[in-house]
Design a protein around this ligand. Structure first.
Ligand SMILES: Nc1ncnc2c1ncn2[C@@H]1O[C@H](COP(=O)(O)OP(=O)(O)OP(=O)(O)O)[C@@H](O)[C@H]1O
Ligand SMILES: [Mg+2]
Length: 336
C-alpha cells in the first residue's frame, strides 16, 4: 500500500510516499529556512502562508518522484498536532480534501509520535525501548511499548534542547538554524574552555526531568564566571555549551536505562542529528545496548515519518474523521 504522508507543523513543507510502511519512494522537503533566516527564527504567519503556496506542488513532486499516480495512493496521513496552528491546518485540510476526492482512508498523526517512530522505518527496533525525543520544541525520555503506547519518564521543565541550541546561537549571532551551526563550530572548539555545569538530577520525584534554562542563561550571560581563561571564540563557546547540554541528557538516559532495565535505545527529532548526541548514545553499544537513529533526513521534520506511522495505524484499522481539527498542543501521553 502506498501511503502519502504530509507534514506542515512548522517550517518544513513536506510530502512523502512510503510503500508498506518501510520503503520510502519519495520524501520531498521544501524548507522555509532561508525565508525565516532574516528573523533568526520561524515567523508563524509567514510559515502558514508559504505552506499554502507550496503544498500542492510539494505533494505533486512526491507523487511524481515515487513514480506513481495520485490514484495509486491507498491512504493519506497528515500531521494534526502539535505545531503552529496555521501551518498544521494547511497540510491537514489538504490531506482531507485529497483523501475525500480519492476516496481513501485518512489519518491525523501526532508529530511527536512520528518523530519517535522515524527510526523504525529504516532500522526496525524490537519493542520495548527507551525513546529519546530531541527536537526544537520537545525533549522527552520515554518508554516505548509500541508505536501507539508511550509512557513519558521525563521531559524538559523549561526550554527544549533544540530551543536552547537555537537561543544560544541566536544570542552569539552564530547563524540559523542554531543547532546545526553549534554542532559545526563545536568540532573546532575546546569543550573545556568554559566550565558550565548542568542542574543536579533530582533523585526522588522526577529523576529523568531536565532543565536547559539555567545552562542557557549561563552561556548567554555568565561567560566570565565559567571561563578558564581560554578565548571566548564561537568555537569554544559552542563546544563547551554542547558538552554540557548533551552530557545532562546522557546522564538521565543512563539512569532511565538502569532503572527500567530496557536494553534498546532509539532517538529522534532534529537534535538527534547532533554529532555529540549520536556518538554519546552510540557509546552505550559497548555495554550491550542496541542503539537506533533515523538517518539525518528523517531526524528533522519530514513526510516519510508521518507516512510510516500512518501506515501502522491504518493497518490496525484506525481512521480519523474528516471533522478532526488541528491542535497546537501535544496529545496526552501517560506520565508515570
Ligand atoms: N546537528 C544538530 N545539532 C543540534 N541541533 C540540531 C542539529 N540539527 C538540527 N538541530 C535542531 O533541531 C531542531 C529542529 O528539529 P525538529 O524539526 O525536529 O524540531 P521542530 O519540528 O522545530 O520541533 P518539534 O518537533 O518539537 O515540534 C532545531 O532546534 C535545530 O536547531
Ligand atoms: Mg519536529
Amino acid at each position: 500500500m502506498y501511503v502519502l504522508g504530509i507534514e506542515t507543523s512548522c517550517d518544513e513543507c513536506s510530502a512523502a510516499i512510503v510503500e508498506d510502511g518501510r520503503n520510502i519512494l519519495s520524501n520531498v522537503i521544501a524548507t522555509q529556512i532561508e525565508l525565516h533566516r532574516p528573523f533568526d527564527g520561524v515567523v508563524p504567519e509567514l510559515a502558514s502562508r508559504l505552506h499554502t503556496e507550496w503544498i500542492s506542488q510539494v505533494v505533486d513532486a512526491a507523487v511524481k518522484q515515487a513514480g506513481i499516480k495520485k490514484e495509486d495512493i491507498g491512504a493519506i496521513a497528515a500531521t494534526a498536532r502539535p505545531g503552529l496552528l496555521g501551518s498544521l491546518l494547511v497540510g491537514l485540510n489538504f490531506a482531507k480534501g485529497l483523501a475525500s476526492v480519492l476516496d481513501v482512508p485518512f489519518i491525523g498523526i501526532d508529530h511527536i509520535r512520528a518523530h519517535l517512530y522515524a527510526p523504525q522505518i529504516e532500522h526496525p527496533l524490537e519493542y520495548p525501548y527507551l525513546g529519546v525525543l530531541l527536537s526544537g520544541g520537545h525533549t522527552v525520555i520515554c518508554r516505548v511499548d509500541s508505536y501507539d503506547s508511550i509512557e513519558v519518564l521525563g521531559t524538559t521543565v523549561d526550554d527544549a534542547i533544540g530551543e536552547a541550541f537555537d537561543k544560544v546561537a541566536k544570542h552569539y549571532g552564530l547563524g540559523y538554524p542554531g543547532g546545526v551551526m553549534i554542532d559545526r563550530l563545536a568540532q573546532k572548539g575546546d569543550p573545556m574552555a568554559f566550565k558550565f555545569s548542568g542542574p543536579k538530577m533530582s533523585s526522588d520525584y522526577h529523576p529523568y526531568d531536565i532543565s536547559y534554562s539555567g545552562l542557557k542563561t549561563a552561556v548567554i550571560n555568565q561567560l566570565d564566571i565559567f571561563s578558564t581563561g581560554k578565548p571566548a571564540t564561537p568555537e569554544n563557546i559552542a563546544a563547551s555549551f554542547q558538552r554540557v547540554a548533551v552530557g545532562m541528557l546522557i546522564k538521565r538516559v543512563e539512569k532511565a536505562l538502569k532503572d527500567t532495565g530496557l536494553k534498546r535505545i532509539s532517538a529522534g527529532g532534529g537534535v538527534a542529528a547532533n554529532s555529540l548526541v549520536r556518538s554519546s548514545l552510540l557509546a552505550f553499544e559497548k555495554d550491550g545496548y542496541e542503539v537506533s537513529f533515523p538517518s539525518l533526513k528523517l531526524c528533522t521534520d519530514n513526510g516519510a515519518m508521518v507516512a510510516g506511522l500512518g501506515y501502522r495505524y491504518i493497518q490496525d484499522g484506525f481512521r480519523s474523521d474528516f471533522s478532526l481539527s488541528a491542535s497546537a498542543r501535544v496529545s496526552a501521553f501517560k506520565k508515570s
